[in-house]
Design a protein around this ligand. Structure first.
Ligand SMILES: N[C@@H](CCC(=O)N[C@@H](CS)C(=O)NCC(=O)O)C(=O)O
Length: 383
């Protein structure tokens, strides 16, 4: 008869094994797919219990494992002493320069979160404005370390442009805006109208897809700079303008007479906006994506920049791990173990960043809510 906790351990292992017939295991670094049947389970349970390891929680990272950051951009950034972040710089709510000459916005805060993870200093970022057409080259050439510029994650950008997309930080959709006095507010009303779009964007491609599909003829006026795009629209060189909805809402607020412009109810596309890094540098990619997951996970835990100190005495093991008190999660990323609380303290959680930058535009959280509130924001576990 097995005693107390050991018996429980084996029973729970047995349950685990029965439920994981196709589970993948790692043995001496080699991957083995085990197809288990009920006959071999008892002997496996015995072997595993003797070896003192529990199935599927096996973390077969050698004890001597050290992360090799030598050829990673993480080292370049650390040596340089600051992060270089590519942003639009002309995008209200996301990245723009305020009256004091400071960069502000949602994308700017994403850059600050990554800088804080590395340097424990949200100010250690240099922002560079990149246009929609230049942005992928700026990453590929190494001119910027990180691109945070309302960039839509698409397959061709992922595959052809030498970039990898970090987690989606904002779910957007493409919209259309027109002058109210034209009396148009549906796609069908766009026949023979001139529509302003920005070069190098998904907006240009989606518009063409959607209107062609509906057999609507229109004239495209494509412009290479976002400020000139809105100028063309306001000068009446086009009857409508099409771009990400969040940007239409933000820009319209700044018009002299916002009420004279109508944003169509139609949403033309999915625009999952995600920060991006160069392909093939998994060390750097991991730093960026776990910095973003930190923002989401902090909100899920209810940890904010103002209440974080109250969690220092927490007994919750998941929060202890998140705060870097009981593991080496940060160290294994090439950071310090307290990278997550650093970010939350200096930049806030996802909700705080949203409230600071996006809520003032009048945009509800919608699908950008946490999954626990019916939205799509979801972080993998910090374990
Ligand atoms: N999400 C779309 C549209 C992005 C977009 O329109 N970005 C504008 C926003 S204002 C921008 O950053 N433009 C910078 C510029 O061209 O100067 C995409 O990734 O293609």
């Amino acid at each position: 008869m097995l005693q107390g906790s050991r018996a429980n351990k084996i029973t729970s292992m047995r349950r685990g094994l029965v439920s994981m017939h196709n589970c993948q295991h790692y043995y001496k670094g080699r991957e083995i797919t085990m197809i288990l049947n009920k006959k071999i389970i008892p002997s496996l349970v015995a072997i595993i219990s003797i070896a003192g390891i529990s199935a599927c929680s096996i973390q077969n990272v050698p004890a001597t494992y050290t992360l090799n950051t030598k050829n990673s951009r993480l080292e370049v950034v650390k040596k340089r002493g600051k992060l270089i972040c590519g942003v639009s710089g002309k995008n209200i709510g996301f990245s723009y320069i305020n009256s004091k000459g400071e960069y502000k916005g949602f994308d700017v805060d994403i850059c600050r979160a990554v800088a804080t993870a590395i340097f424990n200093d949200r100010k250690k970022v240099e922002f560079r404005n990149v246009s929609t057409q230049e942005r992928f080259n700026a990453l590929a050439s190494g001119e910027i370390d990180l691109l945070a510029s309302t960039t839509t994650w698409t397959l061709s950008r992922d595959a052809d442009m030498k970039v990898s997309f970090a987690p989606i930080s904002f779910y957007d959709g493409q919209g259309l805006m027109a002058r109210r006095d034209l009396g148009i507010d549906r796609l069908e009303d766009l026949e023979d109208k001139t529509i302003c779009v920005l070069f190098g964007t998904t907006s240009l491609l989606n518009l063409s897809d959607r209107l062609r599909e509906k057999g609507i003829n229109y004239i495209q006026l494509a412009i290479g700079d976002v400020n000139r795009l809105y100028q063309a629209y306001q000068e009446g060189r086009c009857e409508a303008i099409s771009i990400d909805k969040s940007q239409l809402v933000a820009r319209r607020q700044r018009f002299i007479e916002p009420q004279n412009h109508i944003i169509f109810k139609d949403t033309l596309s999915k625009e999952p906006l995600a920060p991006a890094v160069i392909d093939g540098d998994t060390v750097w990619f991991d730093v960026v994506r776990w910095s973003i997951f930190t923002l989401i996970q902090a909100e899920e835990f209810g940890i904010t920049s103002s209440n974080i100190d109250r969690f220092t005495t927490t007994a919750d093991p998941a929060i202890m791990r998140f705060l870097g008190k009981s593991n080496s999660l940060g160290k294994n990323l090439g950071l310090t173990n307290d990278f997550a609380p650093r970010i939350v303290k200096q930049v806030g959680n996802y909700g705080e960043i949203y409230d600071r930058n996006i809520a003032p535009l009048g945009l509800d959280r919608g699908v950008n809510e946490l999954w626990t509130n019916g939205g799509l924001m979801y972080s993998p576990p910090f374990r």
